[in-house]
Design a protein around this ligand. Structure first.
Ligand SMILES: Nc1nc2c(ncn2[C@@H]2O[C@H](COP(=O)(O)OP(=O)(O)O)[C@@H](O)[C@H]2O)c(=O)[nH]1
Ligand SMILES: [Mg+2]
Length: 493
């Protein structure tokens, strides 16, 4: 997410690190890079000015300039100013205790309204609430079908009236049905247009007046940059929005829209869409987002997503099993299958703190997911008793399993080794108190952070000493790199 912005900010901080105490001139240079990165990320000019003024005031102060690690102080300042720019946010849907809560979704065509209706249903269902989705986009016949497909996929009821021309009528009847059926929440999927026009606004205002929704959300496409901000301003003018859902932040979005919309329009972002899958909607938290922009990850969101991978019953069952010291290859396979869901791995990796970019790319790559699929195939080729007790897998069995899953016997071995490493860690964690298990997670994390401990090496050292000629070449290369680095340092300072 927002890689260019991340890189830009990183290079700004890097230019200041290792300098000890900073001069005002050093700091000004660093801040210039921060400003440049924001502008390149398509943050609105006005927001950049405001932001830089606040950051500069603090950065030029004694507290930062005279501190021992000024660049770390500056990161802290930028972090808190980002949080200030994005928040405060209230990600509650404000559901009524009694009666039906009506949520109206609006936005331009293709912004992700219908998809977001489905995603919101997933979040609601996690809280044991089944909403009624209403097909109020009557502009395009396919829109009704699209909502039905999503409803079916998620097990959520959809209300529609084929052939009806009046969206207000459809919405009214839908609310009536929700009341009768006891759906606590009604989500209206309204029509959009290619561009903002008065007719669209009039239709939406009409629905707003007649249905009196409790929450009105605007869905904007985060990839469209400042256009998203402009459309938020226009919709807010007409409808008094309660919040924005910014979608498609998983793609090439540069981050400018996300950072600008609250300051420019006053409407907070409530949720962000981070993928086409139905579980790719996150409640928006400014602290977490600031952390991600600064490359520090977002542990809270990571934990939230990890939790949604398993329902309560499953978690309980696994805990109970683990505390008895049981964790079979079947369980191992289940865990892998969860992680292998399309898009999930990439999203989770993006939230991890301190993972180097190349490593992220590797873990999120197609290769990594096909590796997981391969591992699942290996387990699938085992008999139930082998899965219960992998110790019985010796040469002959190993060969049979390898053949069955189309891998080399060594890969079967590797998988069992991995499992042997995980099992004591997981079962050990089950009986532990919070502090102890956090220590274990940290240990696991530091193992994960050390790319050499997990990354398959592309070029393996043979352990042989290089020939004289090769040594000379490698020395030359190193010297060249050093000279280049020195030159860059001189140019930057
Ligand atoms: N990558 C990505 N695609 C999305 C996201 N949200 C929606 N889309 C895609 O955007 C397209 C338009 O979405 P749709 O919900 O039909 O938009 P609508 O016209 O506003 O109802 C579809 O192809 C969706 O899969 C998102 O968060 N990330
Ligand atoms: Mg739609």
């Amino acid at each position: 997410m927002f890689e260019n912005l991340q890189d830009g900010l990183k290079s700004a901080f890097k230019s200041l690190s290792g300098k000890g105490k900073l001069t005002e001139a050093n700091m000004r240079d660093g801040l210039k890079i921060v400003e440049q990165s924001l502008l390149e990320a398509d943050v609105s000019y006005e927001v950049v000015q405001h932001f830089m003024q606040r950051v500069s005031e603090q950065a030029m102060g004694e507290k930062v300039l005279l501190s021992l690690k000024p660049h770390e102080q500056l990161i802290g300042v930028v972090h808190s100013e980002l949080v200030g720019l994005l928040g405060p946010v209230d990600d509650s849907l404000h559901l009524k205790k009694d009666g039906t809560t009506i949520i109206m979704m609006c936005g331009l065509q293709g912004s992700g309204k219908t998809t977001t209706c489905g995603k919101l249903s997933v979040l609601l269902k996690q809280n044991k609430i089944t909403p009624l989705l209403v097909a109020a986009d009557l502009q395009r016949p396919a829109a009704i079908d699209q909502l039905h497909v999503i409803g079916e996929q998620l097990g959520v009821p959809v209300y529609s009236e084929k052939g009806e021309q009046d969206p207000i009528k459809v919405c009214r009847n839908a609310v009536k049905q929700a009341n009768e059926n006891g759906n606590q929440v009604v989500i209206l999927d309204t029509a959009g247009r290619l561009a903002i026009d008065e007719e669209l606004m009039e239709q939406l205002r009409d629905i707003d007046r007649q249905l009196n929704p409790d929450q009105v959300y605007l869905v904007v496409d985060g990839m469209t940059g400042q256009d998203a901000v402009r459309s938020a301003a226009a919709f807010h003018e007409s409808l008094e929005l309660n919040g924005v859902v910014m979608t498609k932040l998983d793609g090439d979005a540069r981050g400018g829209a996300l950072l600008s919309v609250k300051h420019v329009t006053g409407v907070p972002i409530k949720f962000i869409g981070t993928g086409e899958q139905m579980d790719a909607l996150e409640p928006f938290r400014p602290e977490g987002m600031a952390g991600r922009i600064l490359g520090q990850g977002d542990i809270v969101e990571l934990a939230r997503q990890a939790q949604t991978m398993m329902d309560e019953k499953e978690q309980e069952r696994l805990q109970e099993q683990l505390s008895k010291g049981e964790f079979t290859l079947d369980d191992f396979r289940n865990q892998m299958q969860k992680i292998a869901q399309p898009g999930l791995m990439q999203r989770m990796i993006g939230l991890m703190p301190g993972v180097p970019k190349e490593f992220k790319e590797m873990l999120g790559s197609e290769e990594a997911s096909s590796e997981i699929r391969r591992q699942m195939a290996i387990i699938d080729s085992m008999t139930p008793s082998e899965r219960q007790n992998p110790k019985i897998i010796q040469v002959a069995r190993r060969q049979r399993i390898a053949k069955g899953s189309g891998v080399e016997p060594k890969q079967v071995n590797d998988l069992i080794k991995q499992y042997d490493m995980m099992k004591p860690m997981l079962t050990g964690m089950a009986g532990k108190n919070r502090k102890e298990s956090m220590e274990m997670v940290q240990e696991l994390q530091s193992k994960m952070m050390d790319p050499s401990s997990r990354m398959p090496k592309t070029k393996k050292s043979t352990g042989k000493r290089l020939s004289a000629k090769e040594r000379k070449k490698s020395q030359k290369d190193r010297q060249k790199r050093m000279r280049q680095m020195k030159r860059e340092k001189r140019e930057n300072s």
